[in-house]
Write a protein of this length. Structure first.
Length: 184
């Protein structure tokens, strides 16, 4: 019996989750997306936004579950980068974006120039001491700029609260505790 104290899931959210579950169920090799949906639903249940009964929606999903994360997209060198002067902003932002999780593509793997995490394939590898991408140069710049993943190419930090409190005023967000920034 649902708890009357828990907020009801609005019809739009129910429809969106149902459509996502249906789309996943129709896709072969949907294991990674199914894991993400499961995590989202678990979080919503823990926060009281979904009832435990909503988790039953996942029962209709079939297929292998995989921990491998591989992004699918257009060739990375065709992607346009946002108009952000990263080199000029680096002394302020301290390369926070280089501490974010980056999923590689098949193209990145075939090229072979980027290191990925053996324990969490195929995520761009992080330096265990600094928490930053292993390709970050000593000056904080990108050490693999020409081969950088598509995720890095299209990333726009301007509206990301993990990087900026106020981009226009050049007020950086607090540095994540797991990051040890490069020396200025």
């Amino acid at each position: 019996m649902p708890d009357p104290e828990l907020p009801a899931l609005d019809a739009g959210a129910r429809a969106a989750l149902r459509a996502l579950a249906d789309d996943l169920a129709a896709q072969p090799g949907h294991g990674d997306l199914a894991h993400r949906l499961e995590a989202l639903i678990d979080l919503l249940v823990r926060n009281g936004q979904l009832l435990p009964e909503h988790q039953a929606w996942l029962a209709g999903l079939h297929g292998d579950r995989t921990l491998v994360k591989l992004t699918v997209g257009p060739p990375k060198r065709t992607l346009a980068s946002p108009p952000v002067d990263c080199a000029a902003l680096l002394p302020l932002c301290r390369g926070r974006c280089c501490g974010l999780v980056v999923t590689l593509t098949r193209e990145d793997l075939v090229e072979g120039g980027l290191r990925w995490d053996v324990h969490d394939p195929y995520l761009l590898s992080k330096d265990p001491v600094s928490g930053y991408c292993v390709h970050m140069a000593r000056d904080g710049g990108c050490g693999c700029y020409d081969a950088r993943p598509g995720t890095c190419r299209v990333y726009d930090c301007r509206a990301d609260p993990r990087v900026w409190v106020d981009y226009d005023a050049r007020i950086p967000a607090p540095l994540a505790p797991h990051l040890v920034p490069p020396m200025p």
